[in-house]
Every structure is written in structure tokens, then in C-alpha cells.
Ligand binder design. Structure first.
Ligand SMILES: *[C@@H]1O[C@H](CO)[C@@H](O)[C@H](O)[C@H]1NC(C)=O
Ligand SMILES: *[C@@H]1O[C@H](CO)[C@@H](O)[C@H](O)[C@H]1NC(C)=O
Ligand SMILES: *[C@@H]1O[C@H](CO)[C@@H](O)[C@H](O)[C@H]1NC(C)=O
Ligand SMILES: *[C@@H]1O[C@H](CO)[C@@H](O)[C@H](O)[C@H]1NC(C)=O
Ligand SMILES: [Zn+2]
Length: 311
């Protein structure tokens, strides 16, 4: 309190302006996505599950400077979404569903704010999977940049598994629900993008993201989720599977994301302890399923036919 007494009027105004700028920068869908950490872990999990043919294709598609590390570029789509050239990709990171409906219907929900069909994360995953499926045909398809298709697919498989990326329309997937995460300001969307991951890493893994990721991996190789692994990977038709991933997310958003949360409140231990397992499971599922898709499209051509049958 005492420090504030010394502020003169101009600096008070300056503070207000800074506050407004900060608020404006963090407002809306434009800024947030599964945090860097969420995307990196999803892609690291996926890359470790690639079969030799897919691993080779991914390596060929990545620029030399990342030394074959897919996760180093999995946040690239978030970095370019405001560039003029990539503005069209901005609606591809999420889906807005009707408030309180708690379900996902592709025809109803998969469009951009202007109503252009297929411009949502579910449409984008199918789009870039189809583009990549032509990679093996060699130089036959030069319309699309295969490196970008790989990075978009890898990123959007993360986004579609973040429950609040398939949230309600009015609150922009929780972005406008301002609240506190323990002692600092945040919003509900950001809690699911980043805060829960950060708090988990700090509380249990000495802030070491590699250890956190290893914990997630051991839970599906040899732990609580190992019996579920096969069912996570089941997919005969990509459009059906993608719709299922989106439906899972909005279900979780309703049951665990929005449930009992009011704007202005403080979320802390109770919320963290009950939601952390869900966040970790979604990161695992995103990684496992990204690997499944890449193994399909870069592996046996007969299987690839199956996956894309209906697109
Ligand atoms: C791959 O990139 C990620 C993200 O930049 C980084 O955290 C990780 O350490 C890298 N892995 C290797 C083996 O270099
Ligand atoms: C599919 O990708 C192309 C460019 O590669 C883009 O023009 C088109 O809008 C994309 N559509 C969706 C639904 O992602
Ligand atoms: C494909 O996209 C990447 C990333 O934007 C870019 O660096 C590369 O030059 C592009 N390749 C072609 C052939 O246009
Ligand atoms: C792995 O599973 C155990 C047992 O359910 C749980 O306590 C732990 O938090 C899980 N770790 C991660 C990173 O999800
Ligand atoms: Zn994103």
C-alpha cells in the first residue's frame, strides 16, 4: 500500500495503459493454445512411437536445423497465425460449440466465424492428413508444402485434445472467464493450456518437463492407461475419429473444465488435483493418436486407404 502513495498521476495513468495493453493482448482466441509445453510433449510422445517408415518420412520433411526433432517445431503454427500469410489458419486451432450444449456436431460447429465450412480444428486435421497422404507419391503434388502440412497436423492433434479448445462460443473457450490460479491472474482457457501443466511440473518433477513427459509415457506403456492404449489408437475412418476426439474434448470441458467455475474466483488445490490427471491423459492421447495417423499415412498404403476412406 505504502508504495502506491508515491506514484504521481502520470505514472498512474501509465500503469492503467500498461494494464489495458496487457489485457488486450491476452484477450480472445487469438493468443492461447495448448502451451508450448503441451505441444512439445504431445509431439515428443508421438515421435517416439513412429515406425521406421514414418520416422524416416518425418525426418525428411523437417528442416535440417532441427536435427530431426519434430517437437522443436510443433508450436510453429501458433507463432505464424497472426502473420498475414497465415491468417487463414487462425480459426483452425479450435472449435466453438453452442453454449451449454456439451456436444459436437461437425456440420453445425466446424466453420470459421464467417461460416466458411471445414475451417476448424477437426476439418484441419483431415485436410492436412489428406495432403500428407500424397507425400509418398513423390513429386506428383507440388501444390502443398508437405513440411507445413506435417507441422499443422502435429500441432492440431494437440489442440483438438485440449478440452477447452472445443469450448463454448460466448466465452471463447473459457478465454473470457477471468479468474485466479492460486495467487496470480489467469483465465479458464489458460488454466487448461498451461497452468495445470506448469503446476504439475513444479510440484512433482522439479520443473523438469522431460521427467513429466516420461511420467506420462510410463503411465500408458506400463501404468494406469496401458489397458486403454489399444482403444485410443482405434481408427478405421479418420473423419469419424476426429469427430470423436472433438466430442471427448467438449465432454471433458463440461464435466471438468467449466464445472463449478465462476468468473472472479480463485482456483487452487482442489481444482488442480482433480483436473491434472485429465490434462495428462489428453496429452498422452494426442501423442499416441498423432503417431497412429503418421504411421498410417507413411506406412502400408492399404491401411492408408482405410483411414481416409470417407474423405
Ligand atoms: C527437441 O525440441 C524440444 C523443444 O524445443 C526440446 O525441449 C527438446 O530438448 C529437443 N530434444 C532434443 C533431443 O534435442
Ligand atoms: C487446407 O489447406 C489449404 C492449404 O494447404 C488451405 O487453403 C485450406 O483452407 C485448408 N482447409 C482446411 C479446412 O484446413
Ligand atoms: C515449406 O514451408 C517451410 C516453412 O514455412 C519453408 O521454410 C519452406 O521453404 C517451404 N518449402 C517450399 C518448397 O516452399
Ligand atoms: C501416472 O499415474 C499415477 C498413478 O495413477 C499418478 O499418480 C501420476 O500422477 C501419473 N503421472 C502422470 C504424469 O500423469
Ligand atoms: Zn494451436
Amino acid at each position: 500500500m505504502r508504495t502506491f502513495r508515491n506514484y504521481t498521476l502520470p505514472s498512474h495513468n501509465l500503469l492503467s495503459i500498461l494494464f489495458l495493453l496487457t489485457f488486450a493482448c491476452f484477450h480472445g482466441h487469438d493468443v492461447q493454445a495448448w502451451s508450448k509445453e503441451g505441444h512439445v510433449m504431445t509431439c515428443q510422445i508421438a515421435q517416439k512411437l513412429l515406425e521406421p517408415e514414418a520416422a524416416h518420412a518425418v525426418e525428411m520433411l523437417l528442416p535440417d536445423y532441427v536435427n530431426g526433432n519434430l517437437s522443436a517445431l510443433c508450436v510453429w503454427p501458433d507463432q505464424v497465425r497472426h502473420w498475414y500469410k497465415y491468417r487463414w489458419t487462425s480459426p483452425l486451432h479450435f472449435i466453438d460449440t453452442p453454449d451449454q450444449a456439451c456436444n459436437f456436431k461437425y456440420q453445425r460447429d466446424c466453420h470459421d466465424p464467417n461460416g466458411v465450412k471445414d475451417m476448424c480444428v477437426a476439418g484441419a486435421i483431415q485436410n492436412f492428413t489428406t495432403q500428407l497422404s500424397h507425400y509418398k507419391e513423390g513429386n506428383s503434388d507440388r501444390r502443398h508444402n508437405m513440411t507445413e502440412a506435417l507441422l499443422f497436423l502435429s500441432h492440431f492433434m494437440g489442440d483438438i485434445h485440449q478440452p477447452m479448445h472445443v469450448g463454448f462460443t460466448t466465452d471463447e473457450g473459457g478465454n473470457t472467464i477471468n479468474l485466479r490460479w492460486f495467487r496470480h491472474k489467469s483465465n479458464l482457457h489458460h488454466v487448461w493450456d498451461r497452468e495445470i501443466i506448469q503446476t504439475a511440473a513444479a510440484d512433482y518433477y522439479g520443473k523438469d518437463m522431460d521427467l513429466l513427459r516420461q511420467g506420462i509415457q510410463s503411465n500408458f506403456t506400463d501404468g494406469v492407461w496401458s489397458d486403454d492404449l489399444a482403444s485410443w489408437q482405434e481408427c478405421d475412418d479418420l473423419s469419424t475419429c476426429v469427430n470423436k476426439y472433438a466430442a471427448e474434448s467438449i465432454n471433458l470441458a463440461c464435466k471438468w473444465g467449466y464445472k463449478g467455475v465462476e468468473a472472479g474466483e480463485t482456483l487452487s488445490d482442489d481444482y488442480f488435483n482433480s483436473r491434472m490427471p485429465i490434462v495428462m491423459k489428453r496429452i498422452a492421447q494426442g501423442g499416441v493418436r498423432l503417431a497412429m495417423i503418421l504411421n498410417h499415412i507413411f506406412g502400408d498404403p492399404r491401411e492408408e486407404q482405410g483411414l481416409l476412406a470417407a474423405t
